[in-house]
Design a protein around this ligand. Structure first.
Ligand code: A2P
Length: 353
């Protein structure tokens, strides 16, 4: 992994026209972002080449659970701090505000649209092939973009009870392929798919899924799935890389579940390196070649979470220590999709375990 990453400071940049300045200060007033916010250009960023031929920056900002009124400022802060990858989804119900912030930052003229990797996701209730394009266009409209870099099928779930998934995932996928044909989306992929479900999808696919976005951190390394995907050129994106401490209440997980952010080994590695536990967790994900989506709405943490892309790395024995942590359990276990009527009567059926 390259370690010396040049960092340029663009904090004195003032090349906005009057209309852009007006729009920006309006947005910033509304969202409480400092109008003299500086820019930090981090280049080159570690990235991965996707099966589609496009490139994905490895560190992206997560926006699940980022509240309205906060998410726009978080996105603006992240882009100015050097992030070039924002992970979104229709179901997060905040894409409109993400889009406002993205437009405002692009209008400042430092970051160009083609430099930012924007992901959105098709929600379960839009799997009907007749609904796919409209759902995608709604996300694009809210995000104020004329193409998405990546569009993912959010879950292998449609919400229709019964013995089989209806509509079949293959039909939804075929509709997603058409989004690529129409130039709305550059790359398509899936999220929360097991190897078995991916394999079935790939068997009938005209355009192969390039990405599988799943939970991954040292308490749920998902190594078998990572290796399976890697062997087929499918890129793995790690969600909840800090162990998703803020999702316990949202999805009904016990607050007693141990957090990798508080793990002793992670703390020891962080102390050895003079870094924070979060930085160690994010760096671990980067070094195993996955992209990684730390979520934060806090400006200091947003900046710190990107300070994993140059100048330092985990030593092999530190990686080995994290790879040996015995506790392995999902934070987002998918139990909310279990239905006695099917198609998933247990989490084992959902994850094919
Ligand atoms: P906040 O948004 O207030 O920063 P995950 O990425 O695994 O989903 O975890 C997100 C959670 O971790 C959020 O509660 C977020 O809070 C918190 N978080 C984000 N960055 C850090 C950090 N550097 N140190 C500690 N907690 C963090």
């Amino acid at each position: 992994m390259a370690s010396n990453v040049p960092v340029k400071d663009f904090s004195n940049l003032t090349e906005l026209n009057e209309e852009q300045k007006r729009q920006l200060s309006e947005l910033e007033r509304a969202q409480g972002v400092a109008s003299d916010a500086g820019y930090r250009i981090v280049a080159p960023q570690p990235s991965a080449k996707l099966l589609s031929g496009y490139t994905i920056p490895l560190v992206g900002l997560g926006t699940w659970k980022s509240a309205k009124g906060e998410v726009g400022a978080a996105v603006a802060t992240a882009l100015r701090a050097g992030y070039r990858h924002i992970d979104c989804a229709r179901i997060y119900q905040n894409e409109h505000e993400v889009g406002e912030a993205l437009a405002a930052v692009l209008a400042e003229g430092v970051v160009k649209r083609e430099e930012v990797f924007i992901t959105s996701k098709l929600w379960n209730s839009d799997h009907d092939p007749a609904r796919v394009e409209a759902a995608c266009r709604k996300s694009m409209e809210d995000l104020r973009v004329d193409y998405l870099d990546l569009y993912l099928m959010h879950w292998p779930v449609t919400g229709n009870p019964g013995p089989t998934v209806q509509p079949p995932l293959a039909d939804t996928w075929a509709a997603m392929e058409q989004l690529v044909d129409k130039g709305l989306v550059r790359t398509i992929g899936v999220s929360n798919f097991s190897a078995k479900k991916l394999e079935a999808l790939m068997a009938g696919a005209r355009i192969q899924p390039a990405v599988n976005q799943v939970e991954a951190h040292p308490y749920w390394r998902n190594e078998e799935l990572r290796a399976w995907c890697a062997a087929r050129g499918i890129h793995l994106t790690a969600y909840s890389p800090l162990g998703s401490p803020d999702s316990a209440a949202v999805i009904g997980r016990s607050a007693d579940v141990p957090s990798p952010l508080k793990d002793e080994t992670v703390a020891a590695v962080a102390a050895e390196l003079g870094k924070s536990p979060a930085q160690v967790l994010i760096r671990w994900a980067v070094q195993r070649g996955t992209s990684v989506l730390p979520k934060s709405v806090n400006p200091q943490r947003i900046a710190a979470n990107l300070d994993v892309v140059g100048g330092w790395e985990l030593a092999p024995e530190q990686v080995a220590a994290l790879d040996a942590l015995p506790l392995q359990r999902r934070m987002v276990d998918g139990s909310f999709w279990v239905d006695a009527r099917g198609p998933y009567r247990s989490t084992a059926e959902l994850w094919d375990e």
